[in-house]
Design a protein around this ligand. Sequence first.
Ligand code: PMM
Length: 290
Amino acid sequence: MFGHPPRSVAGLPRPGRALVMGVLNVTPDSFSDGGRYLEPDKAVAHGRELVAEGADLVDVGGESTRPGARRPSVEEELARVVPVVEALVAEGVLVSVDTMRATVAERAVDAGAVLVNDVSGGRADPDMLDTVARLGTAYVLMHWRAHSNEMQQHATYGDVVDDVMRELREQLDAADRAGLDPARGAVDPGIGFSKTADQNWDVLAGMERLHALGRPVLIATSRKRFLGALLADAHGEPRPPGLREDATTATSALAALAGAWCVRTHSVRATLDAVLVAQRWAAGAGGAGA
Ligand code: PMM
């Protein structure tokens, strides 16, 4: 029913279900956990918690992409990210680095990160694709049009899924030209990035079409604003980020059922449960005892 999308990235685990990537934002200003893990010790402790809950990967980021966020300097971003990556890697944790900067990607990979998660899909830093090609790590290219301070001005599409796919294809072509290994790459439609709430739902409804890109698909809906809007109260007040967990669990289950390779989440335990349910659901009676 869902075709046979690629479900693995070379060098990363293949547990036979969607991977669960736990979010670790070492930032003062991320929309749902900003400021909570800015001190390295707190960040590392939270990384450990994510692993204890079942995260396959911990995604360490030092730049908030919330709409209107100020970009940190490269030095600030390095100081936030590198010590946390080093400490988690030393404990045997599989770490990805969430960065748009080649320098940060390189230093994090030197510190042991195994995946570069670039929300700009290689568009923000002209050195990113060459750097990742040279490093030879796994990578995620996300659909992206502009930095957070202006991204919502770029939410104009014809058919949003067609347009996202065309722009992702351009980035995959650029990655090929830079010499990145296709077997190590995944794509992400960028839920909440230069997209209105309705456009996010259109992307999710059309998610299976993304498999035509021939790459594993990562879906990150966790606590995002479009869920807050869906769950608004009777006065139209959006549901706050901390109370969007159950909706995140639902979107993660549906994404896994639609063939996502990986789901990115703040709430690992619930998301892993959702992924296991989706996997068992898709297997049906044939999966009994599996
Ligand atoms: N969203 C955020 C951060 N990193 N990475 C990928 N691949 N896809 C996303 O949609 C994505 C991301 C948004 O910020 P958060 O870390 O505060 O959830």
